[in-house]
Design a binder for this molecule. Structure first.
Ligand code: PGA
Length: 237
C-alpha cells in the first residue's frame, strides 16, 4: 500500500498569495494538503497531484452553529480528508474524546476520510501512561463508527514530539502502531506525526507498520514537504 503524507499548515501562511505559492511548490502525488479553511478553494485550484484536506470540521450538516464548518460544505468544495482531534484543538479549544468521536462519525457519513490524532503528553510518557492514553483516545474516537473502522486513518502524534525538534524513536512508533491496530480491532493505517523532517522521514517511512506521516513545520516549505513525499513514494514496494 502506498504511504500517505499529510501537510498540516496549522494557522499558516499569513496571506492568500503565500498560500497559493506554497500549494504550487508542494503539489506532489501521495500528499494531502490541509490549509486553513479560508484558503481551501484557492489551494484546491493550485493542486493537480496532491489531495485536499481540512484541519477540523463540525459534526452537524447545517444549522445555527456560529463559526463552524460542516462536513457537507467541505465535501462540496472538494475536501477528501479531515484532521480530527489534533492535540492543539484538544489543548486550546477544549475538544473532548466525545466531540472527537462525533467528528469522526460525521466524516464517514459524508465520505470524508478522518485522520484521527492520538498521543500522550510528556508527563504521561514519563509516567508510562502512553498506551493507556492512546487506548482511551482510540476507543472513544472510534466509538461511533459502527463497523467502519477500516475507513479511518489514525495518526500517532506524541505531544512532546510536536514542534519540539525531537521526534519519537521509530521503534517505539512501530510498537504503538501495532498497539493502535490491536485496540481498533482493524487493520487501520497508522501515520506518525511529530517533528518529521526530510532528514528523519526515512527512519519512520521505511517501517512497514508506519503508513505515512503527518507533517506540521516542515510542510511550510515546499521543498521540504516534496522531499518527504518523495521518500514516502520511494519506499513503496
Ligand atoms: P510538527 O507538527 O511536524 O511541526 O512537529 C506535527 C503536527 O502537529 O501535526
Amino acid at each position: 500500500m502506498s504511504k500517505l503524507i499529510i501537510a498540516n499548515w496549522k494557522m499558516n501562511p499569513s496571506s492568500l498569495e503565500d498560500a497559493r505559492l506554497l500549494a504550487r511548490e508542494s503539489d506532489t502525488d501521495g500528499l494531502v494538503v490541509c490549509p486553513p479553511f479560508l484558503y481551501l478553494e484557492a489551494v484546491r485550484d493550485e493542486l493537480n497531484l496532491a489531495g485536499l484536506g481540512a484541519q477540523d470540521l463540525f459534526w452537524e450538516e447545517n444549522g445555527a452553529y456560529t463559526g463552524e464548518i460542516s462536513p457537507f460544505q467541505l465535501k462540496n468544495i472538494g475536501v477528501r480528508y479531515a484532521i480530527i482531534g489534533h492535540s492543539e484543538r484538544r489543548q486550546y479549544l477544549g475538544e473532548t474524546d466525545e466531540m472527537v468521536a462525533k467528528k469522526v462519525k460525521a466524516c464517514l457519513d459524508f465520505g470524508i476520510t478522518p485522520i484521527l490524532c492520538v498521543g500522550e503528553t510528556k508527563k504521561e510518557h514519563n509516567d508510562n501512561k502512553a498506551q493507556e492514553v492512546v487506548e482511551r483516545e482510540v476507543m472513544i474516537g472510534l466509538s461511533l463508527v459502527g463497523g467502519r473502522e477500516s475507513l479511518v486513518v489514525i495518526a500517532y502524534e506524541p505531544i512532546w514530539a510536536i514542534g519540539s525538534g525531537i521526534p519519537d524513536d521509530p521503534e517505539n512508533t512501530v510498537k504503538m502502531a501495532e498497539f493502535i491496530r490491536k485496540t481498533a480491532n482493524a487493520d487501520v493505517p497508522v501515520l506518525y506525526g511529530g517533528s518529521v523532517t526530510p532528514e528523519n522521514a526515512d527512519d519512520f517511512l521505511r517501517q512497514k507498520e508506519i503508513s505515512g506521516a503527518l507533517v506540521g513545520g516542515a510542510s511550510l516549505r515546499g521543498e521540504s514537504i516534496k522531499a518527504i513525499t518523495r521518500i514516502a513514494n520511494s519506499v513503496v514496494k
